[in-house]
Ligand binder design. Structure first.
Ligand SMILES: [Zn+2]
Ligand SMILES: [Zn+2]
Ligand SMILES: [Zn+2]
Length: 817
């Protein structure tokens, strides 16, 4: 006989680990217990020695699919006797923390449940089990128990409770377990009527609501859902309010509406949503991490209307397609793409669009790729079942650059003017998360926006570090906390340019500090003094501040993600990063480690005239490049003459002009000179379009120069001369774009080769938003490998500014031991 105590750390809560252990113990007739602790999972088992050993091996080898065992500690302890195996109440240990699972897309078993007529969850949009469902978005605190989630307000019915307590059941200890009788429910809402058409709808909705109200009598009056959804009579008396609501299903007879087993079924809200979408309406749909704004992706008028109302000019919309076949009808899908689309994280995957795909141009103007995801909650699946559409635009429910809306009231106030109808529900979202965005490269998934399904999964720093906060950058902000060996990178927060986004930053920070029990001993921030993230860091009292140069952070992020130590050659290409000399950097070749960096080469400086305007108007950097190449009087006609005159004077006199080595501005300049675009509506637009038009297979290269004694200066004067000549002699834009891409790739490889020759370093890290350009990335990677250099890229962390907080944290950990 033998008794062991097992402690597990990693993602071991909310993934079916306790039932799994329970079943293993039953398999070998072991006695003991298992419980969730603040640190992870604790179990003790006692029985025949061989059985205990087999049990221990099986815990490791057969762990549930969503679990990740980071550490497993097994200690033999004194026999305690006793019979039977139990799952005990969670234990809270001060200062300890357990890793929290990201949200998990609906599993095949749950999907079967809600599609199977006669099943008690038939048609139920909140079906989940231990293998799937909401996690991070509903967890208020650890240990992960129902009381610490937004499901606390729903008390399980007898049948759900039975499943919850039955070790043989898939829903054994599934915290968000629910059914139509006891769980969350849908409601449909109309915005305030502003014309007769809407007023008519309002009446219709009230009629239905009356029908519903007669059936909700048995709902316990104390239940908080009544007050919140306003479905109880009392809340109705205040009508006409801004909205009307109707409950999806009467609480007392859960499946009547769907099975048609009793009386006249209520009109299903899902049917109504389908009909409205099919008719070209914009519908706001409350999902897992926030609201979406949805419309039929094949309806040009609907897509245009959504664009106008959302105040989003050209930025591509994400799509949700019914199934894989629907995705493949629109896009080319590789094996790696297929795995990303179908995986449990269910991100938006960027895919090459089929030229014949019948979609309105307004879905993704000027873009040869589409961002597509598959349904990931039962609500989404059920919405598509029987629908006449096979793809919906599903864009974050927000206005332009504000955070995604999560709260029902917030939705009414902020996106009430965008959507014609709301399909919402009463399960609260505690943590907002956007859809994540990935693309595949060399058969591997690469995250570009890291949020739902990925956060708050941690990254291993390889060693224990002090508790730190790294505040990240300004655009695509995400911050990073450290605890033990873990780097906890927050979900995508967004562009920290408005008050709402700063609030999102603060609420997420407070939540992650609480969930992971982090008290930062130092705080790292970007060098840029005006970033809101920098100002937030500098205002924190009583902790040391560590300023980290932007591109150093990019390279350190790539190193940390790949577990590299020592020094590497770092290439950081992006739009904007504050340099140590006060210039705007962005085309940087660093020899870097966590402890510091040496700027070995950079793109030649040009004057950036007019601050933000120079980022919005590619013709400004184009003029700067022309004047740098041909002199102050270089002819230029890409903008109104009076504007050009002013900018010329600014550049010549150095007024309101900052020097920049930005790679983003070089792309902008070439896009302007090629006549592609003189104004942009979102960050990176001109560069993306230049990539999209670049001729495939063209191997011609524009000339460039590498000069200078201190840091080398990578100059494109000869390229600019050739571009002007090509454009004036009518060479196709696609050819110009291709030759430029080839030149930048060749120059980058050559500079890296020279640095490698000088330093004997063989490892090259590529980071920065410019490396989202697949053509450039592919050429540079191939070129570096051909020179015998080893290339490291991002995969789990975004290459853009969404990844720099990890680098800041890794650098701060070195400087603050
Ligand atoms: Zn499931
Ligand atoms: Zn139930
Ligand atoms: Zn950057």
């Amino acid at each position: 006989m033998k008794r062991v105590r097992i402690r597990l750390r990693g993602i071991v809560q909310g993934v079916g680990f306790r039932p799994f252990v329970h079943n293993l113990a039953a398999r070998w007739q072991l006695a003991g217990y298992v419980l969730n602790s603040s640190a992870g999972l604790l179990a003790e088992v006692e029985g025949a020695e061989a059985a205990v050993d087999r049990f221990v091996a099986a815990v490791r080898e057969e762990a549930p699919p969503l679990a990740w065992i980071q550490e497993m500690e097994v200690a033999e302890i004194a026999l305690a006797g006793g019979a039977g195996f139990e799952i005990r109440a969670s234990a809270v240990e001060t200062g300890e923390f357990a890793l929290i699972s990201p949200d998990v897309a609906t599993c095949p078993d749950c999907l079967r449940d809600c599609r199977e007529p006669g099943n008690r969850r038939f048609g139920y949009p909140f079906t989940n089990c231990t293998n799937c469902g909401p996690r991070y978005t509903i967890i208020r605190d650890i240990p992960y128990d129902r009381e610490a989630t937004t499901m606390a307000q729903f008390s399980m019915c007898a049948e759900c409770r039975k499943e919850y307590h039955d070790p043989a059941n898939r829903r054994f200890h599934a915290q968000p377990n629910a059914c139509p009788a006891c769980g969350p429910s849908l409601s449909g809402e109309l915005p305030l009527p502003s014309d007769h058409g809407l007023a008519r709808d309002l009446v219709r909705s009230r009629d239905r609501e009356g029908a519903v109200l007669t059936e909700t009598r048995e709902h316990p009056p104390a239940c908080p859902t009544d007050a919140e959804t306003g479905s109880a009579g009392a809340a109705r008396s205040s009508l006409p309010g801004p909205l009307t609501e109707a409950r999806e299903r009467p609480q007392a007879c859960p499946t009547d509406a769907e099975t048609g087993s009793a009386g006249a079924p209520l009109p299903s809200l899902l049917t109504e949503a389908r009909e409205r979408l099919a008719a070209g309406e914009i519908v706001a749909i409350k999902g897992l991490g926030g609201f979406h704004l949805a419309c039929d992706a094949r309806n040009p008028a609907a897509v245009e209307r959504l664009r106008t109302r959302k105040r989003r000019s050209d930025k591509p919309f994400a799509l949700m397609a019914r199934d894989l076949a629907a995705v493949e009808a629109l896009c080319q899908v590789s094996d790696a793409d297929r795995a990303a689309l179908l995986g449990w994280r269910r991100p938006i995957v960027l895919l090459p669009r089929r030229p014949a795909a019948a979609l309105p141009e307004a879905v993704a103007p000027g873009n040869r790729t589409l961002g597509v995801m598959l349904p990931y909650t039962p609500l989404h699946h059920l919405l598509f079942d029987g629908a006449p559409f096979d793809a919906l635009v599903m864009t974050s429910g927000n206005l332009s650059e504000e955070p995604i809306v999560v709260d029902n009231q917030e939705a009414r106030e902020r996106i009430g003017g965008v959507a014609g109808w709301f399909l919402t529900h009463n399960r609260d979202i505690y943590m907002r998360t956007d859809d994540s965005v990935v693309r595949t490269f060399e058969g591997r998934e690469r995250v570009l926006r890291r949020s739902r399904g990925y956060a708050p999964q941690t990254l291993d720093l390889g060693r224990t570090v002090p508790e730190l906060l790294a505040c990240g950058g300004e655009l695509k902000n995400a911050f990073c906390l450290t605890k033990g060996r873990h780097a906890i990178l927050s979900q995508h927060i967004g562009d920290l340019e408005n008050y709402e986004t700063l609030c999102f930053f603060e609420e997420t920070l407070a939540n992650l500090k609480k969930l992971f029990r982090v008290t930062p001993r130092a705080v790292a921030h970007d060098l840029h003094p005006l970033y809101l993230s920098t100002r937030y860091a500098l205002e924190l009292a009583g902790v040391p501040k560590i300023a980290v140069q932007h591109h150093h952070a990019h390279i350190a992020s790539c190193m940390a993600e790949n577990g590299l130590a020592g020094e590497v050659i770092g290439v950081a290409f992006d739009g904007t990063g504050y340099g140590t000399d006060g210039a705007i950097w962005g085309g940087e070749f660093l020899v870097a480690g966590y402890g510091g960096f040496h700027r070995r080469a950079h793109l030649r400086y040009i004057p950036l005239a007019g601050g933000d305007a120079a980022v919005r108007q590619p013709w400004r950097p184009a003029l700067a490049y022309l004047m740098d190449t041909f002199g102050a009087g270089a002819p230029f006609e890409a903008a109104p003459p009076e504007h050009i005159r002013v900018v010329r004077r600014m550049i010549a006199a150095g007024v309101n002009s900052t020097s920049t080595s930005s790679c983003g501005r070089l792309f902008d300049a070439v896009a302007s000179l090629a006549g592609l675009r003189q104004e942009v509506n979102f960050e990176g637009q001109a560069a993306i379009e230049l990539e999209m038009i670049a001729e495939v297979g063209c191997a011609e290269v524009y000339p460039y120069g590498i000069d200078g004694e201190g840091p080398w200066e990578l100059g494109f004067r000869p390229a600019i001369e050739s571009i002007v000549r090509d454009v004036s002699s009518g060479v196709a834009r696609g050819r110009v774009a291709a030759k430029f891409h080839n030149a930048l790739a060749a120059a980058t490889v050559e500079v890296c080769g020279r640095i490698a020759g000088e330093t004997a370093l063989r490892r090259v890290c590529l980071s920065g938003g410019t490396f989202q350009n697949m053509r450039l990335l592919g050429s540079i990677v191939a070129g570096l490998r051909a020179r015998g250099l080893e290339v490291f890229l991002h995969a789990r962390v975004p290459p853009n500014d969404g990844g720099i907080a990890l680098g800041q944290a890794a650098i701060a950990a070195r400087l603050q031991p």
